[in-house]
Write a protein that binds this ligand. Structure first.
Ligand code: UDP
Ligand code: MN
Length: 346
């Protein structure tokens, strides 16, 4: 009888052990498959150090501004996502209050802009309007990536603002120029990590028309694409082939974000660019290029890693589009261009 009990005890111990092992194995498979989906390089999010804080929002005493209300405000647009990130629209923030919070932090904002091949012709007016509207009164360092450093225009900049030119090779394919931005931004961040707090990565074929300021700062910042912000999921131009690492299933996706403007803290944008570059290159090795190159990979990334701030299409409109009533101000807008004239390939 005693032998039988001992046997039963041994058997149950063995069973528990087996179950434990089984649990461990299934858990590690789960984690692996999650990594497969998100494609985060092994050394992702290790560095959470940041020089500034967007958690401590200190405002000066006695600052005069209009009393805020929680029952009156914009009702024609949604100003918060389901994961409680602000969606920034005109009328949802007070620029005076925002500046009084962020100016004393002495933040440094880096900007990347690429002007390769014929796109160099867009650079002058981009830089001139940026000087008028983008983070006026803040420290701004613009990094111009070009294959024609001699043709970078001289633009007078205010104190605290500077421009650095970085040489990049040209390419016969616009898709490659556009997509390689991820790699070059990743490398830039690795070299300048401790010089700046935030970074914005912008298309050159656009002009500033209104304030783009500290209201746009956040850990991971995405801009709603002007062409799709009212559309249902099935109309969003995500990559739909499961073979691509940018794949989005029909039931996936919050919003469709722009590849022409995104940003955030240096740490977050570093991880974003590194991941998108890795996935773009891994796709290329398997002979697949996502529908909208790096924009498709960015959209996949932002689906998994939700942006902590979402900028309305005021922050990247398109000149050719009809202005909708909810767009009270256009801050930055893509100019109409003849693709056949300016791109190296069609
Ligand atoms: N770009 C460039 N040279 C090229 C093609 C693209 O410098 O020949 C850069 C430029 O900064 C441009 C960005 O890549 O703004 C994205 O390309 P494009 O603006 O043509 O894309 P779209 O906004 O039309 O989707
Ligand atoms: Mn563009």
């Amino acid at each position: 009888m005693e032998r039988l009990t001992r046997r039963a005890a041994a058997a149950s111990l063995l069973l528990t052990l087996l179950l434990g092992m089984l649990y461990y194995i299934t858990q590690s498979i789960r984690v692996e498959s999650l990594e497969e989906v998100t494609k985060i390089p092994a050394d992702g999010r290790s560095d959470t150090h940041s020089r500034v804080s967007d958690v401590r929002l200190t405002s000066p005493d006695h600052l005069q501004y209009k009393q805020p209300s929680v029952v009156h405000g914009r009702t024609d647009v949604v100003s918060v996502t389901p994961w409680l990130a602000p969606v920034v629209w005109e009328g949802t923030f007070n620029p005076v209050l925002i500046d009084s919070i962020y100016k004393p932090q002495n933040v440094s904002v880096a900007v990347t802009v690429f002007a390769v091949g014929k796109y160099i012709m867009f650079l002058k007016s981009f830089l001139e309007t940026m000087e008028q509207y983008f983070f006026v009164g803040f420290n701004v360092h613009v990094y111009v990536f070009t294959d024609q450093p001699k043709d970078v225009p001289e633009v007078r900049v205010a104190a605290g603002r500077q421009l650095t030119v970085r040489l990049v090779p040209s390419s016969k394919r616009w898709q490659e120029i556009s997509a390689r931005r991820m790699e070059l931004i990743q490398v830039l961040i690795e070299e300048t990590l401790h010089h700046h707090d935030y970074i914005f990565c912008l298309d050159v074929d656009a002009l500033f028309h209104g304030r783009w300021g500290a209201e746009s700062l956040g850990g991971l910042v995405a801009v709603l694409h002007p062409g799709y912000y009212k559309d249902g999921r099935s109309r969003l131009p995500f990559e739909r082939r499961p073979q691509s690492r940018a794949y989005m299933a029909p039931e996936d996706g919050d919003f469709y974000y722009c590849g022409g403007a995104f940003g955030g803290s240096l740490q977050e944008v570093h991880l974003l660019t590194k991941t998108c570059r890795y996935n773009f290159e891994a796709d290329a090795r398997e002979g697949i290029e996502a529908a909208w190159q790096e924009e498709s990979h960015l959209n996949r990334y932002m689906w998994i890693h939700k942006p902590s701030k979402v900028l309305s299409p005021e922050y990247l409109w398109q000149d050719f589009a009809r202005r909708n009533p909810e767009i009270r101000i256009i801050r930055f807008s893509g100019i109409v261009k003849n693709y056949a004239d300016i791109r190296p390939n069609v």
